[in-house]
Structure formats: C-alpha cells, structure tokens
Design a protein around this ligand. Structure first.
Ligand SMILES: Nc1ncnc2c1ncn2[C@@H]1O[C@H](COP(=O)(O)OP(=O)(O)OP(=O)(O)O)[C@@H](O)[C@H]1O
Length: 253
C-alpha cells in the first residue's frame, strides 16, 4: 500500500527553483531515505510535504488523498508528523509537557503512547519532570522523535536526526528508529546527510541533486552502486579516478 506519493513537485524560493520535478513513493511499513549534499533540496521537500511551503506544480498524495498546499496543522491531522532537528523542542516546558504537545491533534487519552515512548527512550522517563532545555543534544533529538510519535503518525518524517550528534549517539538513535519501524510499524521518510547510516537503516533510497532525483531504488542496490560509493560513501579511489569525477557525476545509473 502506498502511503505517500509525490509527483513532479516544483517548489520555488522567489525565482530560485529548489525542487525541479521531484517524484517519490513511500510504501507502508518502509523506511525511505533521501540522500543529498547541502543545498540539494532535502529540507525543501520535507517542508513542502509538511505544508510549510506551497508547491508551484505537482501533486502530493497521502493514501490517495491530496495534501498539497494544505496548512501544516491539516497535514498533521491527515497523519504526517515532521520531526525537526532536535533543538526545536520547547526548552521551558518539561520533557513530559513536550511529549503531550505532540498529541495535540488527538482527542483520546495519550497515556499509553507516553508509556510507549518511555519504553523506547527510558532516559526521557527518568527526566520527564525536567525542562527540555536541560537535556543534552542527543536527548533533545530523542524527545523530538518521541513527540512525533505521540501523534500516532501514518507517516513520520525525520529531518537529519544525526545532525550535531556523536557517532555513538547517532548509532543509538538509528537503532531506535529501526526498532520503531520493525516493532511499531511506523512508516518513515528520512532525510539524512550521513549516507552510511541512512543506507544501512532504510529499505529504499533516493538521491537528490540540485532539486532533481537522479537515482532511486532498494538500498542494497544503491549501496552497491559505484556512484553512491564514490560520492556518498567516501570510497573514492586514486587521483586518476578523481579527475574523472565531474564527468562521471552526470552518468547516474
Ligand atoms: N530561504 C531561502 N531563500 C532562498 N533560497 C533558499 C532558501 N532556503 C533554501 N534555499 C535554496 O534552495 C535550495 C535547496 O535548499 P535546501 O535547504 O532544501 O537544501 P538541503 O538539501 O536541505 O540542504 P541542507 O542539508 O544544507 O539543509 C538551495 O539552493 C538553497 O540555497
């Protein structure tokens, strides 16, 4: 079952065309990752899906219903939660208050979801009465993910969960992301600059370059591609090959 279907999406900042006809699909139960260098358009894609930016052209469907151009709160109500980079938690609210805010679109009692979040992130339970501003960067990232889960999303979008975190913490957080997907069946769209961990965690990947999808497919296939190995996994070979880079860059396959 297709959860999210994006077709020929074009988004502008004034005269700057940041997305140039992007098409992606997310299937239920999958983790899909979008790889791309700085400025490729990853955040713009997330923001357009989340309703924070309006597309100029193209379609965005969630379970077959159009969500393109809806206000952000309507997109959340439709079942999409965006987990921003960790430092966007509310620093003067407690951990638990932050989590409860994640359930604001729901009318039922979020108590059982709170327990679920605490099961996955025991440190948040320990510190539930403390202000979120006192948490470490990694704990704030965990809180942001926990808050996203509280909405019981049908699609969870994660914007660079590894940003600013140590390799060890990054491993830990991606381990939990993989468990949430496997055990709780949370479907995820993951934007990540750390291609190693993103390709190891996701089932499907797309490569975004200058606003265009240049490659896509199962992550095991992407991991085996020479282009991905060279440009995203840092396995560039000797200089002789390096000089061919620019030409090869245009020959995605
Ligand atoms: N507020 C803005 N005004 C004008 N241009 C912008 C704005 N934000 C982004 N852009 C441009 O849009 C393009 C895509 O940017 P975007 O932030 O989506 O890339 P990204 O892949 O998320 O990069 P990063 O990893 O650095 O966040 C870039 O060329 C960028 O310069």
């Amino acid at each position: 079952m297709t959860v999210l279907s994006v077709r020929n999406l074009e988004t502008f900042y004034g005269a700057i065309m940041a997305l140039r006809g992007v098409s992606i699909d997310v299937t239920e139960g999958e983790i899909v990752t979008i790889l791309g260098a700085n400025g490729a358009g990853k955040s713009t894609l997330m923001k357009t899906i989340a309703g924070l930016m309006d597309p100029e052209k193209g379609s965005i469907e969630l379970f077959g219903q159009s969500i393109a151009g809806l206000e952000p709160d309507r997109v959340v109500r439709a079942g999409v939660s965006l987990v921003p980079e960790g430092r966007e938690v509310f620093p003067y609210l407690t951990v638990e208050e932050n989590l409860k805010l994640g359930a604001y679109t729901r009318r039922d009692d979020p108590a059982s979801d709170l327990e679920l979040v605490y099961d996955y992130f025991p440190i948040l339970k320990e510190r539930r009465k403390q202000n979120a501003g006192y948490l470490s960067g990694g704990q704030q990232q965990m809180l942001a993910i926990g808050r996203g889960l509280m909405a019981r999303p049908r699609l969870m979008m994660l914007d660079e969960p590894s940003l600013g975190l140590s390799p060890l913490l990054t491993q830990e957080i991606f381990g939990i992301i993989a468990r949430l997907n496997a055990e709780q069946k949370v479907t995820m769209l993951l934007v990540e600059q750390n291609a190693h961990i993103a390709l190891a965690t996701a089932h499907t990947g797309y490569v975004l370059e200058m606003g265009r999808i240049v490659m896509g497919g199962p992550t095991e296939k992407l991991r085996a591609s020479d282009d991905i190995q060279e440009f995203y996994l840092g396995k560039a070979e000797a200089n002789e090959r390096g000089q061919k880079r620019w030409k090869r860059r245009k020959t995605w396959r």
